[in-house]
Design a protein around this ligand. Structure first.
Ligand code: ACO
Length: 206
């Protein structure tokens, strides 16, 4: 009985959240949405192989994903943009995770607990961002450019007109205000390199 009710509730939820898929059918941003979806499904271990079920599960259960989805739709064609703006009135975006419209962000972005996270920067593909992360301006001189496969972990601040190379990991609570070369792990305030190309090091950022 409990199993049947659970299944019934699952289908009811699918029906409730189905309208959120309407802009997906119209948008020019399908590829990016699919790339994001692939990462979220992998990291959150969503079992279904069906794209529709995957999207609905994420839009229903992961508020940060919903913000990312709206962000993608806003970058696309007018029809999908208008539909998503109307849907936003009913299916509210979450208020604690902010992804600025001015950013260009490659596919495959994953947000793990987006509480108090603000992203104002261009980013490459397959990045991972945690909670309490700020990526943005230090002053009026500009904001960061983040490479591909970059992981910015809990509490880190990445600010100013700097470049973060591909395959960089920024440790918890680090403050990064200088360029970070590719393939590095950085930690601390101010951030310094603890690993470069897999080797343990201790190097200042320049
Ligand atoms: C609710 C949740 O769980 S959400 C998930 C939250 N978790 C995160 O965000 C994970 C963040 N991960 C980290 O900060 C990790 O420590 C990493 C990725 C920076 C480094 O991990 P590793 O490469 O395994 O480094 P390792 O643990 O070997 O540490 C190397 C050195 O750096 C130091 N170190 C590691 N992380 C940090 C950090 N965030 N700040 C300062 N120093 C650090 C270690 O103490 C160690 O110092 P030692 O050589 O003097 O002993």
């Amino acid at each position: 009985m409990k199993k049947t009710l659970k299944k019934l509730w699952f289908y009811i939820e699918i029906i409730i959240f189905f309208p959120l898929l309407i802009p997906y059918y119209f948008t020019t941003e399908k590829e990016l949405i699919k790339q994001d979806n692939q990462k979220w499904v992998e990291y959150l271990s969503i079992q279904s192989k069906n794209l529709i079920i995957q999207l609905i599960t994420l839009l229903k259960n992961a508020p940060e994903y919903r913000n990312l989805y709206y962000f993608r739709l806003k970058k696309g064609n007018l029809t999908a943009k208008i539909i998503s703006q109307i849907l936003k009135i009913i299916y509210r975006p979450c208020g604690y995770f902010f992804l600025d419209e001015s950013c260009n962000i490659g596919g495959g972005l994953f947000i793990q607990h987006g509480f108090s996270t603000i992203i104002m920067a261009d980013m490459g593909e397959n990045c991972w961002i945690n909670q309490q992360v700020t990526i943005g301006y230090k002053d009026k001189t500009g904001r960061p450019k983040i490479g591909n496969n970059v992981r910015i972990t809990a509490g880190a601040k990445v600010i100013g007109n700097i470049e973060i190379g591909d395959n960089v990991v920024i440790g918890a609570n680090a403050v990064v205000t200088k360029n970070v070369p590719p393939n590095c792990v950085v930690v601390g305030i101010p951030a310094y390199i603890i690993k470069r190309d897999g080797e343990k090091v201790k190097q200042e950022l320049r």
